[in-house]
Design a protein around this ligand. Structure first.
Ligand SMILES: [Zn+2]
Length: 63
């Protein structure tokens, strides 16, 4: 699940790390670096974030 794959491809750039733009001819060309994933093409999944938090709470609770 999310623990096995904590990162997913960025939805905005689909993992490329940059946005795709089309020129006047309709051809795809490389746009700006994606700001959502900081050009890495990956985004941490929200599931992983919750998992991290839950694990910490669990550890503190059992201590
Ligand atoms: Zn992106």
């Amino acid at each position: 699940m999310c623990a096995a794959a904590p990162f997913g491809p960025c939805r905005k750039c689909r993992g490329f790390g940059f946005e795709m733009e089309t020129d006047r001819k309709g051809q795809l060309k490389r746009g700006k670096n994606c700001r959502r994933c900081k050009a890495s093409g990956r985004r941490i999944r929200i599931g992983r974030w919750i998992f991290n938090r839950a694990q910490r709470l669990y550890r503190e609770g059992t201590r």
